[in-house]
Design a protein around this ligand. Structure first.
Ligand code: CP
Length: 317
């Protein structure tokens, strides 16, 4: 595996499956009496967050601590970034504190790549979401969640049908998921109003539909996306009501899904806009499993990148 995880393109299908398998091993160990492993003892993981996060930041912190790494949490709000400190000076300050891995979230697409290529730091860089570009660990935890619900797709997603619905244009989650799901062999359909489909989608190896209702009966996985109003300088649909009517998941659409189909959402959810409360809380929803699996998958990523000691439920002294 590469030193950094910046994009799903950094992983072969085999390497992605290896991360999912490592997460499965970690799940078995975590079910035992030993919740904390000594694997990354003496290593330091820095969470460098220039954009808000709940799930990703907390799960990286939890993952690092469960592998016995030391964790430094850095949030741009309340730091010297608000006094104008640059990414370079911030990164070098954290390097001076002995970071072995830097988990970065930034509003600018390419920020994680810039940090990795800069030579400013020697640590491994993990992209925790850069602008509208990519969010690779979200795609990995989504794949892990899908695999846990459909064990028949253990080594390949060939034959699995996934629809990703909503604000594709602004979604780093959609980009990373398209790359990973198609790499693993799934058939992916993007469903959105034309204004929220990126121009370059013809090169993405996916189907595109503007009609959610005609898509529902032919899929195994329905992945709803958050409408990212904070990234919308212009109006991309007439009104929230119109959007919900065309592309929101309500109870009628939920009941049109196959009996075994699952509903995913990376969070945070706009309840009542892209997903109704009944759908988010339904038995088909795996939203909370996605959150739990995020810790396991991020443990696996840290373990693989930092070359941790062999996985074992026993503590060495
Ligand atoms: N899915 C996700 O990235 O959520 P957060 O923004 O809360 O980290």
């Amino acid at each position: 595996m590469n030193k950094h995880l910046l994009s799903i393109n950094d992983l072969s299908a085999e390497e992605a499956i290896e991360i999912l398998n490592t997460a499965s091993e970690l799940a078995k160990i975590s079910d035992g009496p030993m919740k904390k492993l000594p694997t990354l003892r003496g290593r330091t993981v820095v969470n460098l967050f220039f954009e808000d996060s709940t799930r990703t930041r907390i799960s990286f912190e939890s993952a690092a601590k469960r592998l016995s790494a030391d964790v430094i949490n850095f949030s741009a709000k309340g730091s010297s970034v608000s006094k104008g400190e640059s990414l370079k000076d911030t990164a070098q300050t954290l390097q001076a504190m002995g970071a072995d891995a830097v988990v970065i979230r930034h509003g600018a697409s390419g920020a994680a790549q810039r940090l990795a290529d800069s030579g400013w730091i020697s640590a491994s860089v993990i992209n925790a979401g850069d602008g509208t570009h990519e969010h690779p660990t979200q795609a990995l935890l989504d794949a892990y969640t899908i695999r846990s619900k459909f064990p028949e797709f253990n080594r390949s997603f060939k034959g699995l049908r996934v629809a990703i619905v909503g604000d594709i244009l602004h979604s780093r989650v959609a980009r990373s998921n398209v790359l990973l799901l198609t790499k693993l062999g799934a058939t992916v359909t993007l469903v959105a109003p034309p204004t929220l489909i990126p121009v370059g989608v013809v090169d993405w190896n996916v189907k595109v539909s503007y009609d959610l209702d005609s898509t529902l009966k032919d899929i195994d996985v329905l992945m709803m996306l958050r409408v990212q109003s904070e990234r919308m300088a212009n109006s991309f649909f007439p009104s929230e009501r119109e959007y919900s009517r065309g592309y929101g998941l309500d109870i009628t659409r939920l009941s049109a899904l196959n009996p075994n189909a699952i509903v995913m959402h990376p969070g945070p959810m706009n309840r009542g806009l892209e997903i109704s409360a009944e759908s988010a809380d339904s038995h088909k929803s795996v939203v909370l499993a996605q959150v739990s699996n995020g810790v396991l998958v991020r443990m696996a990523v840290l373990y693989q990148l930092l070359g941790g000691a062999a996985l074992t439920g026993e503590v060495s002294v």
